[in-house]
Design a protein around this ligand. Structure first.
Ligand code: NDP
Length: 397
């Protein structure tokens, strides 16, 4: 029986709150707090039964967070606000002696750059206080890293080549929309590509490397090498990897819109003056784009995300592919949210459950592959994201 504080009431926060509420034997009390309280109230109302309490909080403000945490006294804070708030929430957790979990690594607001160094720097402080910080427990990062840990534990003596493949073969019926926070999403996909090879990072131009990969139940989709945050911790935790890449599918329409957005300056995070007011073009653009949380109703198709790994087992070469497919309509029917929010929110809830039931509890700051993958892999299907595997198939890569 445990109390959790969930911060952030967007698409992901909605799924996390609903999923936690459905496991009362673990999550006995839930407080959902965000910048806009009415969004928390709407989620609490959907769940019903007075299961979820709500509060307003500015998660950029450490003293405000400390007051809220002290008033509720949770065992764990689940951070599903934006990556900008990671450090303030970790600071507040340290000050109040509460453990921490998130789904995306820290990113400063004024620089489109993300890396784990800022959060890894909290290692000694979390360890000294006997608190756990679980980093990156969504789908990617999150399940993809747990799949990799599971493969390393059960399928390989040595993993050499890792390709994480992320396909969204969904159609939301809009000319252009992003599947999670537009500001964060556009910052991520417009940056240069980067992958790990022979002990160093190789940089590419955005979307320079392209291949049509086949996805189960979907077929071929154009896939592009982009840089994704879990690569940073995976190459550190699995030093035998000779190459590690991340592939994401993009439709031609999406890429055309993205090119125009960049060419006309709307992806910029440099503030400009507009009628005497300072605005950030990308933040303004976010306000004009569809809210990712509202895409679910007409969203058809499915996502397919997994890991394709090559290495050695018992002196022989082996390949292993492990993946989940998630239908947007199934996610919507269950939670009112589309598949990308669902595939992020379910692992965040399960990571919290792993911590609260003592399976993932150790002092310090950890990426999810540093925990035992087995109890997570045993339960993730039951909570909505079943996985499949293929051994010694053609990885195409
Ligand atoms: P949304 O933009 O839909 O939701 C973000 C929520 O955080 C909103 O409710 C917002 O409040 C709230 N928020 C923002 N700033 C503050 C603040 N200063 N104080 C309090 N609350 C704040 O994003 P998503 O739900 O799509 O994404 C949530 C997180 O999940 C992001 O960090 C994203 O990067 C991550 N993610 C991870 C994935 C993975 O697989 N690992 C995949 C997809 C997303 P308001 O409503 O007022 O704006």
């Amino acid at each position: 029986m445990s109390k959790v504080l969930i911060i952030g009431a967007g698409g992901v926060g909605s799924v996390v709150a609903q999923k936690c509420a459905s496991v009362p034997e673990v999550f006995s009390e839930i407080l959902l707090a965000s910048r806009t309280k009415s969004k928390c109230d709407a989620i609490a109302q959907r769940v019903g039964g007075n299961r979820i309490k709500t509060a307003q909080v500015d998660a950029d403000n450490v003293p405000e967070l400390v007051t809220l945490i002290n008033s509720f006294k949770p065992e764990l804070v689940i951070n599903v606000a934006l990556p900008y708030q990671d450090l303030t929430i970790m600071d507040a957790c340290l000050e109040t002696n509460v453990s921490y979990l998130d789904t995306a690594n820290y990113e400063p607001k004024d620089k489109a750059h993300f890396e784990y160094s800022w959060q890894w720097a909290y290692q000694d402080r979390f360890k000294a206080k006997g608190l756990t910080a679980i980093l990156g427990c969504g789908f990617d990062p999150g399940v993809t890293s747990i799949y990799t840990a599971y493969a390393a534990k059960h399928h390989f003596d040595e993993m050499q080549y890792l390709d994480i493949v992320d396909c969204n073969a969904g159609d939301h019926g809009k000319a252009f929309a992003t599947n999670f926070n537009p500001e964060i999403n556009i910052r991520e996909v417009t940056q240069k590509g980067k992958y790990w090879e022979n002990g160093k990072w190789v940089e590419t131009n955005p979307h320079e490397i392209k291949l049509a990969l086949n996805y189960p139940n979907i077929g071929p989709k154009n896939s592009y090498v982009i840089y994704h945050e879990e690569l940073e911790s995976l190459v550190k935790n699995y030093p035998t990897l000779k190459r590690a890449r991340f592939w994401m599918t993009f439709g031609d329409e999406y890429l055309t819109h993205l090119r125009v957005i960049q060419n006309i300056g709307m992806a910029s995070i440099e503030p400009i003056m507009y009628k005497g007011v300072e605005i950030v073009p990308l933040q303004f653009l976010k306000e004009t784009l569809p809210n990712p949380g509202d895409l679910g109703e007409n969203y058809t198709g499915e996502t397919s995300i997994g890991c394709r790994i090559r290495g050695n087992k018992d002196g022989k070469e082996k390949t292993y592919y492990v993946w989940n497919n998630c239908k947007h309509q199934d996610a919507y029917n269950e939670t009112g949210m589309q598949g990308v929010s669902y595939t992020t929110g379910v692992p965040a809830m399960l990571g919290a459950l792993m911590f609260l039931t003592g399976k993932w509890k150790k002092p310090g700051v950890f990426n999810v592959e540093e925990f035992n993958p087995d109890p997570f892999m045993e339960l993730i299907g039951k909570y909505g994201l079943p996985w499949e595997e293929e051994i010694n198939g053609n990885l195409e890569l």
